[in-house]
Design a binder for this molecule. Structure first.
Ligand SMILES: [Cu+2]
Length: 447
């Protein structure tokens, strides 16, 4: 009876919401044509402006205190039993707006919070000339805004979701209360469309840390929902040996723009339906795979009531195959160069958001590897190629003693390409500001 009503509701909603089936014209082979088509597609018409936005605000804390009594589901912490999964929502009705301020951090009047506002929007982003695509992006930019705080600062981040999809923010490498860790269905309810979630924590330990969405990570975190979270020390001991005067952050990225376009289209189509059902309290596990616990999930699969996605394939039948690679949202030759002067030390912080491994190699110089995952190495290592693991952060120091133009790139050569064409992708140039080149090639895309 229930499922019959649900089927009726679903049909009515599909009609009311005017949800069109995914276009057949989405073959991987047609990626360039498809990229143009997606730009004008109706599903993406709500794309936000890529307006430059102040990414850091320091206004005084002034947020309404959410009710604690209903905000934290105590039983969620016990839901694990070795079976924790994002599909399990014990005690949660999947209604938006139930959870805004879970416990674990001091109230506004107890500490002096540094306040930041960040949002998530659907935005069009240009990876390099001719290649534009839509991403879920923090403040509409790729990567998201770069946070700079000092170790020990209390940080409050007002995170507002302006998309039709659910998201969270995970603070990667920050030691904080588990209620602020940003993993949906494990430590917090997902942040629903239109909702604001307030993250509160103390910035520690120091070093190169980062943040990313933890919902649907193959699309969200690796494609665009990532940014640097730099925790400075009051006194930086590394400056004694390496008196650096400039500090660069390089987010290493990889994109499958066919996958991202089709996933976003599919998600928008599906989320319209989910959001409508949710708002009416009619979201059912059989349609969307949300379960109270592992036992209910197992029973549903065993009985044949529910077919798990891994027993089928992705909704659009695609698997991610990265075809563009980049640094700070751009692929070579659109990547921003790294400037240095003779006799200058610079610091370069690399954050691997791509989900792949990279081998960053600098021409014409050795560099000193000084920190990993935000923590100083016991002894810096003098090398010129550094192995960069998914999720890891790596800090190096470079000394300007060889004037010229020097490439800095992933030595995994497939990553120094644009859609398979070399040169491109994860490649930039270390350039000396204070010298006159004696030779410049007569043909170049970047001189
Ligand atoms: Cu997300």
């Amino acid at each position: 009876m229930k499922s019959k009503n649900l089927e009726h509701d679903k049909q009515r909603i599909l009609q009311a919401a005017d949800i069109t089936p995914p276009s057949a014209d989405t073959s991987r082979r047609n990626f360039l044509r498809g990229a143009v088509a997606a730009t004008g597609s109706a599903a993406l018409a709500a794309s936000s402006q890529l307006a430059a936005q102040t990414d850091k605000t320091d206004h005084s804390a002034h947020m309404a205190q959410g009710g604690m009594d209903h905000s934290m589901h105590a039983q969620m912490g016990q839901a694990g039993n070795g079976y924790s999964s994002m599909m399990f929502v014990e005690g949660h009705a999947m209604q938006p707006g139930l959870l805004t301020e879970p416990p674990g951090s001091p109230a506004d009047h107890e500490v002096d919070y540094k306040v930041f506002d960040i949002d998530i929007r659907l935005a069009e982003h240009e990876i390099l000339p001719g290649i534009k695509t839509h991403f879920f992006a923090f403040n509409g930019q790729v990567p998201g805004p770069e946070f700079h705080v000092t170790e020990g600062d209390w940080v409050k981040v007002n995170f507002t979701n302006h998309t039709e999809e659910m998201h969270t923010i995970h603070w990667h490498g920050i030691v904080l209360p588990y209620t602020m860790d940003g993993v949906p269905m494990i430590t917090q309810d997902p942040v629903h469309p239109g909702q604001t979630f307030v993250y509160r924590f103390q910035a520690k330990p120091s070093g190169t840390r980062w943040y990313h969405c933890h919902w649907g990570t193959p699309l969200h975190a690796t494609h665009a929902m990532h940014g640097a979270f730099i925790v400075h020390r009051k006194h930086e001991p590394l400056k004694k040996r390496f008196p650096y005067t400039r500090d660069y952050t390089l987010m290493l990225e990889a994109w499958d723009i066919d996958f991202s376009r089709e996933e976003i289209n599919e998600l928008l189509r599906g989320m319209k339906e989910v959001n409508l059902l949710m708002s009416q309290g009619k979201l059912d596990y059989k349609t969307h795979g949300f379960f109270k616990d592992y036992a209910e999930f197992k029973q549903a699969v065993d009985s044949g009531d529910y077919k798990a996605p891994y027993l089928q394939s992705r909704s659009n039948g695609m698997h991610m195959k990265q075809n563009f690679f980049g640094i700070n949202g751009k692929a070579y030759p659109a990547t921003k160069r790294i400037s240095i002067r003779q006799g200058e030390w610079i610091r370069i912080r690399m954050i691997n958001a791509s989900g792949l491994t990279h081998h960053m190699h600098l021409h014409g110089h050795d560099f000193w590897w000084v920190a990993q995952d935000g923590n100083d190495l016991a002894e810096p290592r003098q090398i010129n190629t550094i192995h960069v693991e998914p999720g890891g952060t790596y800090d190096i120091m470079v000394y300007g003693d060889n004037p010229g133009y020097w490439t800095f790139h992933d030595h995994k050569t497939t990553h120094a390409t644009n859609n398979g064409i070399y040169p491109g992708g994860m490649l930039t140039v270390l350039e000396y500001e204070d010298f006159q080149p004696s030779y410049i090639p007569s043909t170049s895309v970047d001189q």
